[in-house]
Ligand binder design. Structure first.
Ligand code: HEM
Length: 401
């Protein structure tokens, strides 16, 4: 058993978490480490692939800790109220009800229909980049593409898309493993502004329906489906909160891996038909979602470790994806292997947006390789976001001349 407490925000772990994960998989696979939000005592970390899957399918682990342990009153009541309407934070039966209505909007067929549109947006952003000598893959491309697509799916007018970016950044930070007071305060401001914006948009869509997600959800609600007005708007907010951030860093982390492995990048340029397996493998290799969390809703024993009811549990996808029980030679990139869908979770909370995220990721990588054939890494010290649930770079400068 390892005596050092795992700290996911230690600088060495932020730079490269994989050797540390390997250590814990080997020596202390169910580990009592540094606390994550909102636990103040400690967090259990689950490092091995088989245990990750077992915990995710075990109903003794869930999200609604308030059912077994009284929680302090929320600091920001509106933020707490909206989050309580997110399927992400609910267990069945509420989870099933909230997810049921919106799941039809996120099928592979619906995502596939967006492919040409996504490529058009990608080409616009890359076209702007081509006019410069070098550009920041994160700020100029990876961050803008998913927000624009998701705002468009929701039904926001094109001229409003720019407003969605700061809202989605502020909200995504509230899902993080550890948060400062400032993060919560910014999250509360974003919820307030976004709710007012969406309420006004809902009035317009009721008066003049359009072919967009907001109209579809409002019409479903009007025809007696099981979501209330506020639940529809909260669900729309969740899509922005949960969707932009991991897709941004899917693009950023994948392009970084290709820039660091130019032979693989050149192979993919020559074999663009392999983009589906390639983008899945790049996500497995350095996943944007490193971890999620649950609470033990009753006492559970795993490998002789006693997890008490109410304790906080981090499920470390980033480690499971590098476990030899998940795939052979996990520290190597193999763009032709079928890497599986574990980066998108497992069980009832399995990523709702996976079909869309896959198409955005494939298009974003394929278009960047095609339009920027001479792209190389600029000399820089890579700086990773100070986060655990989502892993991504603050910036990624490349020369494209
Ligand atoms: C590369 C991009 C993405 C990755 C790696 C990813 C990963 C995940 C994972 C691991 C979960 C499960 C969390 C858990 O079990 O606690 C999840 C849930 C979710 N994702 Fe994604 N996601 C991505 C993109 C998206 C997109 C584009 C959307 C929507 C527009 C989306 C919407 C959601 C929602 C709504 C949930 C909660 C589902 C539930 O609680 O039932 N995600 N995602």
């Amino acid at each position: 058993m390892s005596s050092t407490k795992f700290d996911p925000l230690a600088p060495a772990v932020l730079r490269d978490p994989y050797p540390t994960y390997a250590h814990y998989r080997e020596h202390d696979a169910v580990h009592w480490g540094e606390p994550g939000e909102p636990s103040s005592e400690g967090t259990w970390y689950i490092f091995r692939f088989n245990d990750v899957v077992d915990v995710l399918k075990d109903p003794r682990f869930g999200r609604e800790v308030h059912r077994i342990k009284p929680q302090p009153p929320p600091e920001y009541p509106l933020l707490a109220d909206i989050a309580s309407k997110w399927m992400f934070f609910r267990d069945p039966p509420e989870h099933t009800r909230l997810r049921g209505l919106v799941s039809k909007a996120f099928t592979p067929r619906v995502a596939e229909r967006m492919r040409t549109r996504i490529a058009w947006h990608a080409d616009q952003l890359l076209g702007a980049a081509q006019k410069k000598n070098h550009f920041d893959v994160i700020a100029d491309y990876a961050r803008l593409l998913p927000t624009t697509i998701i705002a468009e799916i929701i039904g926001a007018p094109a001229e409003d898309c720019a407003m969605f970016l700061p809202w989605s950044i502020a909200l995504a930070a509230t899902l993080e493993f550890r948060q400062t007071d400032e993060v919560r305060r910014q999250g509360a401001i974003a919820v307030n502004e976004l709710l007012s914006y969406l309420r006004a948009l809902a009035v317009q869509r009721r008066a003049a329906p359009r072919e967009d997600l907001l109209t579809a959800l409002l019409q479903a609600e009007d025809s007696g489906a099981s979501l209330s007005d506020d639940e529809v708007l909260a669900t729309i907010m969740l899509l922005l909160t949960a969707g932009n951030d991991p897709t941004e860093h899917l693009i950023g982390n994948s392009l970084l891996a290709l820039l660091q492995h130019p032979t693989q990048a050149n192979w993919l340029r020559a074999n663009p038909g392999a983009i589906d397996t390639a983008s899945e493998e790049l996500l497995r290799y350095d996943s944007s979602v490193q971890a999620t969390f649950r609470y033990a809703l009753e006492d559970v024993e795993i490998h002789g470790r006693h997890i008490a009811a109410g304790q906080h549990v981090a499920i470390v996808f980033g480690s499971a994806l590098r476990d030899t029980s998940y795939c052979a030679q996990p520290d190597e990139i193999n763009l032709t292997r079928h890497s599986g869908a574990l980066p998108y979770g497992f069980g009832i909370h399995f990523c709702l947006g996976m079909p869309l995220a896959r198409v955005i990721g494939q298009v974003a990588i394929e278009r960047a390789l095609a339009m920027l054939p001479n792209m190389t890494l600029t000399k820089q010290t890579l700086e990773w976001e100070d986060r655990f649930a989502v892993r991504g770079l603050k910036s990624l400068f490349v020369d494209i001349s």
